[in-house]
Each structure stands twice: as structure tokens, then as C-alpha cells.
Design a protein around this ligand. Structure first.
Ligand code: FAD
Length: 327
């Protein structure tokens, strides 16, 4: 019978990513609810020294797959290794982040394991010893409670920045084990030749803790400087509505929404954005939403925790100055 909760860690350049701590913490809560152990699978090259610390967040065991071919994520290598490990141990639940990597890996892995996967979940529960994965549908207007029929592992991905991270407990350690796997070069159809990093050094929107976003109310690309300045002062990334992207003011990578990125920062400041349902679908789970709009009836105010009715060209620079004084 399938047993245990597994979470797949995410690392980049040998550093554990924040989403890993979120899913390990959530995995701990599910493992406690089931009375089963929590295993974290960590893949990479020379990353074993990072494994023990995952115990502080709740891992009972860390399976480390160390191989130069796992240094950088590729779908086929990661799928091959995790599928082998999962087939050997038969976990009941398998979780990963709904990051670009996690979503890609989850679908391929689910096919390989003949399992069902619920993507981009915002909450989980355990009922009758089984996972219930809760995910937004209809652009966030409703939540589906997904259950699994006679299919293991019960797989899901968790939206970044939604699950709370356990306070690390330095007295807790995980058992660190070398994973036993075989990786044939013939199986690997892709090879990472080079990694070209975003020269701006900007934090990807899906992982940003704070986002300042601008819409059609920005009036032109030349005006984004005031958002960049506010973002720099508070340590945020800059996003945009689709109107701003379609107008060519911002790159598509900055688009938040149904056909852009789904983000869930602790703070989302929407400037000159009306709050169309397709935009809300991408940022509605943000912890604190601030809206700056000159139209008091703009729908964004119904979703916002704090609203400023005013001209953003007055409000944003004044806000930046005030925050600078405080900081
Ligand atoms: P508008 O709706 O034009 O709003 C501009 C706002 O700026 C207004 O509320 C106005 O009052 C305010 N404003 C103007 N000047 C000022 C000023 N000086 N100071 C303060 N406020 C000012 N949209 C997305 O954002 N993301 C998506 O992923 C997305 N996907 C879509 C998918 C589909 C299939 C469809 C049909 C649409 C999608 N859209 C998406 C588009 C969406 O419906 C809206 O058209 C879009 O979000 C509107 O962008 P906006 O709020 O910037 O512009």
C-alpha cells in the first residue's frame, strides 16, 4: 500500500529555493494529519550539504540524487530519476511547487507514474486518509476540491507564496540518504548547453515578495520609471496588466493575469489598473492588495485591502518619498 508524503525540492545554482520550504512545511502538515513520514527528494550536483537543513522545516528523510547531469533542471533527467525512486518506494502523496519547473515536472511525472495531478493548488486537506487538493477555477471565482480515485501517488503542485513556512527548528534533523538510481545517457534527449541569466537581476514575478504593477493608466512606457523607483525602494518587482503589455510598454514576462503570470506576493500595488477579472485571476491571492486609481468605481477597489482614489502621477511619487523617509 502506498505510504508516506514526498515533496520534491527545488534548487538553482545549488541554492534551495523558497518554494521548497513552503512545500516541505505543507508536506509536514499533511504527514502529521496522516500519521506518516515526510520525505524530501533533492536533486542536483554537490548539494548534499543542503539536505540536513530541510529537517528543520519538518522533513524526516531527505533522499539526495547527486549527479552532474542533475545540476540544472531538465524534464527528462528529473522525471527519470524521481519516477524510479517513486516506483521503488510507492509514496501516497507527491507534492512540488507550481513554479515553471514544478508544473513542467509534475505533468511529465504523472504520465510516467500513471497518476493524477492537480496543478496550482492554494490549499490541501486530508480526508479519509486521502489528499484533497484545493485549486482556484473560473479565474478565481470558485474553488474546486479535487479528490483522487484509486490512483497513487496523489500528486499536486502548490502555488508559490501561498503556503506558510514553518519556523525552522534547529533541534530537528533529517536522515540524509543517497538515492539509488540509474540514469542512462541514451534516455536524456535534452542537454543544457548554457544558462543565460536575466541581466537585470530582477526577481521573477512568481517568486517576488512584493510587486508594483502598472496598467493602461500609466499612459506610456516612459512613465514606468516612477514604478521602478517605488519598487526599488521597497524591494519589489515590477509587473503590468495585459493592456500595458499589448501596447508594447512592457515585456510579456511582466504580464500578470489569466494569460500572464499567476503571482501571490505579500504585497501587490496596482497602479492605473481597473481590476478586470482576467487580471484578478493572476493576483487575487496576494496577501495585501493596494490599489491606486483615479476612478473610485474601478472594480480593483472591491478586491483591494487599501485603496487610494487619486492620480497615480501624484500618489506614487509621494508614496515613494514617504517610504524613503521611514526607511
Ligand atoms: P483599463 O481597464 O483600461 O484600466 C485602466 C485604469 O487606469 C482605469 O481604471 C483608470 O481609471 C485608471 N487610470 C487612468 N489614468 C489614471 C491616473 N492618471 N491615475 C490613476 N488611475 C488612472 N488582462 C490582464 O491584466 N492580464 C491577463 O492575463 C489578461 N488576460 C486576458 C485574457 C482574455 C481571454 C481576455 C479576453 C482578456 C484578458 N485580459 C488580461 C484583459 C483584461 O480583460 C483587461 O482588458 C485588462 O486587464 C485591462 O488592463 P488595465 O486595467 O491596465 O486597463
Amino acid at each position: 500500500m502506498a505510504q508516506g508524503v514526498w515533496t520534491i525540492a527545488e534548487q538553482r545554482d545549488g541554492e534551495i529555493r523558497k518554494i521548497t520550504y513552503e512545500i516541505v512545511s505543507e508536506g509536514r502538515r499533511l504527514a502529521d494529519a496522516l500519521g506518516q513520514p515526510l520525505t524530501v527528494v533533492l536533486l542536483g550536483k554537490g548539494i548534499k550539504d543542503k539536505a540536513a537543513a530541510l529537517g528543520q522545516y519538518g522533513a524526516d528523510r531527505v533522499l539526495v540524487a547527486d549527479d552532474p547531469r542533475l545540476e540544472t533542471y531538465t524534464t527528462d533527467a528529473y522525471t527519470a530519476v524521481i519516477a524510479q525512486l517513486a516506483k521503488a518506494e510507492d509514496p501516497a502523496i507527491l507534492l512540488m511547487g507550481a513554479s515553471v519547473q514544478g508544473k513542467d515536472l509534475a505533468s511529465r511525472l504523472a504520465a510516467r507514474l500513471d497518476a493524477a495531478v492537480a496543478q496550482d493548488c492554494t490549499a490541501f486537506a486530508v480526508e479519509g486518509g486521502n489528499l484533497v487538493a484545493i485549486r482556484p477555477i473560473y479565474a478565481g471565482k470558485a474553488y474546486a476540491h479535487v479528490t483522487y480515485e484509486e490512483s497513487w501517488p496523489q500528486m499536486a503542485t502548490a502555488r508559490p507564496n501561498v503556503m506558510s513556512v514553518n519556523e525552522p527548528d534547529a533541534s530537528k534533523t533529517a536522515e540524509v540518504l543517497d538515492a539509488q538510481f540509474q540514469l542512462d545517457d541514451g534516455e536524456l534527449k535534452t542537454k543544457v548547453a548554457e544558462v543565460i541569466k536575466d541581466a537585470s537581476g530582477k526577481v521573477d514575478l512568481t517568486e517576488a515578495d512584493k510587486i508594483v504593477s502598472g496598467g493602461r493608466g500609466m499612459k506610456g512606457p516612459e512613465n514606468y520609471g516612477i514604478l521602478e523607483e517605488l519598487a526599488q525602494v521597497i524591494g519589489a518587482s515590477v509587473g503590468a496588466s495585459r493592456s500595458a503589455v499589448d501596447a508594447g510598454w512592457r515585456p510579456h514576462a511582466d504580464q500578470v493575469g489569466q494569460t500572464g503570470k499567476v503571482v501571490s506576493p505579500n504585497l501587490y500595488i496596482a497602479c492605473g489598473i481597473s481590476g478586470a477579472i482576467q487580471h484578478l485571476a493572476g493576483m487575487g491571492t496576494s496577501k495585501v492588495i493596494v490599489a491606486i486609481n483615479k476612478d473610485a468605481d474601478a472594480p480593483i477597489f472591491q478586491k483591494a485591502d487599501y485603496g487610494v482614489v487619486g492620480d497615480l502621477f501624484d500618489v506614487v511619487p509621494a508614496l515613494t518619498e514617504e517610504i524613503k523617509k521611514i526607511l
